[in-house]
Design a protein around this ligand. Structure first.
Ligand SMILES: [Zn+2]
Length: 698
């Protein structure tokens, strides 16, 4: 969202139409789509930490940039927008907050001494918001008036962010508390008001002649800070329409946003999923959440019934569902055409300044490497002793092992050791985070579930929420969220407010680099072959689900847009056939596709977000590339990564990633990830055979 004029990744733009006003409704609506999106991504990984969404608004991605607030700070500290949709409280746990040592809990008094101080801040922010309206029409008067309006805007957003974060964090600690819930709602409403109050600014900046702004920047170093922001706004000129046309387009927003809403309602409310028998022969009504547990079942009958039962529902409703998806695709086409883009893809990527070649390169390179995935499917077939692998056989772990619970203090020690290649400065900051109450560690009654990193530019540091229970996955989650926190930390230290966030395209890189380093360390220090196999299995599945599978989704998305743009109808049968062809191509000859499985394309909520799913794959590949070079001790790798972390949104995301030595327009980072995948499968197979042959190390 560099396109957000550097303000904040208003990652939530897509659901914004539904978001306005009432947060809870907005978030739940978002949940229809996003809760699922998240699951797809994380598949069985962490329950909370997806990429940020992207734009699906009728306006240019940055035409209404100051939609700060809600999303805003969420985005800033990395990828929690979607997880905010997950605001379900954890089931009551035995330990209450006062039974947990202070060092494992947040100290929110760092943000505001008490509620009175927060109320005073709220009142002050309201006044700042009111003052914004009075600045309308002043931007072109002089360099000083432009600068003071921008600074006032930044100040206002920063204050509102901090109010939102404090209220949100307090609410998440006990979601049954109506008082904190009320404050959080008020803060969200304030953010919406602030966003509305500054909505005139970009249109007004667009009326200023570029030469005038340029000459003002020459004379004012303070104004020159905004150079990238101005350039980004300027970029929109040729896709900006007349005032009346813009008004008309804005008026279509509520109507065209309906497709995603309809899909969300169907998926989460109206579609009737069947009752199947669980492992114990008990009746179990399928839900989205249960589905994601059951496809991991070692009992093939159970996972088959879950998969086929779920997808038969989509297959049966393929005519209606394809009409909804087709409407969504036409929405993308409509706005792309209205704004003079050559394709929906080009329009969708315009906001963050990503060339379509990035997506094309990803799809092409992954396709060239599909034999590597086929080989993995063949290995699964062999190890599982199957004639044919079905879609529902892809998730079940090949190796099971009881792992001891990992005490939190041990996990943090391991993570610090694993991140040592990043250098003493990075590790020292992480240690500070662990020691200085950046993290609310344990489950407590009514605490928000999942994990995230969140904060505001003016906060003393990012805040990490965990629900740590001591699993290996929890340990990885700590490393992952700490990656987001470090990204935010470096960015906020180095950048002025206007660039103090980072784009969706970059959001999952730092977190994944941390995970890459942790996995490498764990593999090197594993106690036995079983542990090694478990670690390898996690890494292999991570690449399968995040790189291969998300690229397949991206390819489907691209193809259906191209078909529609070529004037073809998107029918239920046509979409199922196309999706089936893709699944077969990706997974190869050892996969036998069930008829119902072809309807999976109609179940995936990503398609109601406008071309963003590819960023899961690109982020993962970028992170793998960076992580491997750091592990190998390649000259400049650490320094490059730190530059990347500190760049915020001061450049376009592709350029920011180049600071870390990664060029996502080239096949290299993707090829490297594919090599790693092969290597991991090699290691897995060798170890597996060794263990089977009974010669495993003790
Ligand atoms: Zn993340």
């Amino acid at each position: 969202m560099s396109s957000k004029v550097g303000i904040r990744e208003s990652g939530c733009e897509g659901v914004r139409e539904e978001c306005n006003g009432e947060r809870s409704v907005a978030r739940l609506d978002a949940l229809g789509v996003e809760d699922e999106a998240w699951r797809e991504v994380s598949e069985r990984r962490r329950p909370s930490d997806p990429l940020l969404p992207y734009s699906l608004t009728p306006s240019l991605p940055s035409a209404r940039p100051w939609m700060l607030g809600l999303i805003v700070c969420v985005a800033i500290y990395g990828g929690t927008t979607v997880s905010m949709a997950q605001q379900t409280a954890a089931p009551p746990k035995e330990r209450t907050r006062d039974q947990i040592e202070a060092k494992y809990k947040w100290n929110l008094a760092e943000l505001y001494a008490d509620v009175e101080a927060w109320e005073a801040g709220f009142a002050a922010a309201q006044q700042k918001i009111e003052k914004l309206a009075g600045m309308k029409g002043t931007l072109g008067k002089s360099a000083d008036s432009l600068l003071s309006a921008l600074k006032h805007r930044d100040d206002t957003i920063a204050d509102v962010d901090k109010l939102v974060v404090y209220a949100g964090l307090a609410y998440h600690l006990d979601m049954s508390n109506s008082e904190t819930a009320g404050r959080s709602d008020r803060a969200q409403s304030l953010a919406t008001r602030a966003s509305e109050a500054m909505s005139w600014m970009v249109p007004e900046i667009l009326t200023l002649p570029s030469e005038t702004v340029e000459s003002w920047m020459k004379d004012s170093a303070e104004l020159a800070v905004y150079r990238h922001m101005f350039a980004d706004i300027d970029r929109q000129r040729k896709h900006t329409l007349s005032a009346r046309e813009e008004e008309l387009l804005a008026m279509t927003g509520d109507v065209t946003a309906s497709f995603g809403t309809i899909f969300g309602r169907l998926q989460n409310t109206d579609l009737d999923y069947p009752v199947i028998k669980d492992e114990n022969g008990e009746d179990l009504k399928l839900t989205n959440a249960k589905y994601y547990q059951l496809i991991y079942s070692p009992d093939r009958r159970v996972r088959r019934d879950a998969f086929l039962g779920m997808h038969q529902v989509y297959l049966d409703k393929r005519n209606s569902l394809s009409a909804v998806l087709s409407g969504q695709v036409k929405q993308h086409m409509f706005y792309a055409k209205a704004r003079g883009f050559n394709s929906s893809l080009e329009a969708a990527l315009f906001g963050p300044g990503i060339p379509p070649a990035v997506v094309e390169n990803l799809i092409r390179t992954i396709n060239a490497n599909l034999p590597r995935l086929h080989r993995y499917v063949a290995l699964r077939k062999k190890i599982m002793g199957l004639d044919k692998v079905h879609r529902y056989d892809l998730y079940v772990p090949l190796v099971e092992g009881e792992r001891d619970k990992i005490p939190y203090d041990e996990a943090t020690k391991t993570i610090l050791a694993a991140l040592e290649p990043m250098g003493s400065g990075y590790v020292a900051t992480m240690r500070t985070a662990f020691d200085s109450r950046w993290i609310d560690v344990y489950e407590t009654p009514n605490k928000r579930s999942g994990a995230y990193s969140w904060g505001a530019y003016n906060a003393p540091h990012p805040y990490l929420l965990l629900n740590y229970t001591g699993t290996a996955n929890d340990r990885s989650t700590v490393a992952h969220e700490m990656g987001h926190a470090m990204h935010s930390w470096y960015t906020c230290k180095a950048q002025p407010f206007v660039y103090g966030d980072y784009a969706t395209f970059c959001a999952e890189v730092a977190s994944t680099v941390n995970e890459v380093l942790l996995a490498h360390y764990l593999l090197q220090h594993a106690a036995d072959d079983t542990e090694r196999l478990l670690i390898l299995q996690d890494q292999i599945e991570s690449i399968r689900t995040t790189v291969f599978r998300q690229t397949m989704f991206a390819e489907f998305e691209k193809l259906i847009h191209e078909q529609a743009e070529a004037g073809q109808a998107l029918t239920g049968d046509g979409l199922c056939a196309l999706y089936g062809e893709l699944v077969q191509r990706y997974y190869g000859p050892d996969l036998e596709l069930d008829e119902a499985g072809k309807a999976e394309g109609l179940r995936i909520p990503h398609y109601y977000r406008n071309f963003y799913v590819y960023t899961y794959a690109t982020s993962h590949c970028a992170a793998t590339n960076i992580g491997r070079r750091i592990i190998d001790g390649q000259a400049g790798a650490v320094e490059g990564h730190v530059k990347f972390l500190a760049a915020g949104s001061s450049r376009y995301p592709l350029e920011v990633l180049k600071l870390a030595g990664v060029d996502m327009t080239t096949p290299q980072p993707i090829e490297d990830t594919m090599d790693l995948f092969d290597d991991l499968v090699d290691q897995f197979e060798a170890l597996y055979n060794r263990r089977k042959a009974g010669t495993a190390s003790p």
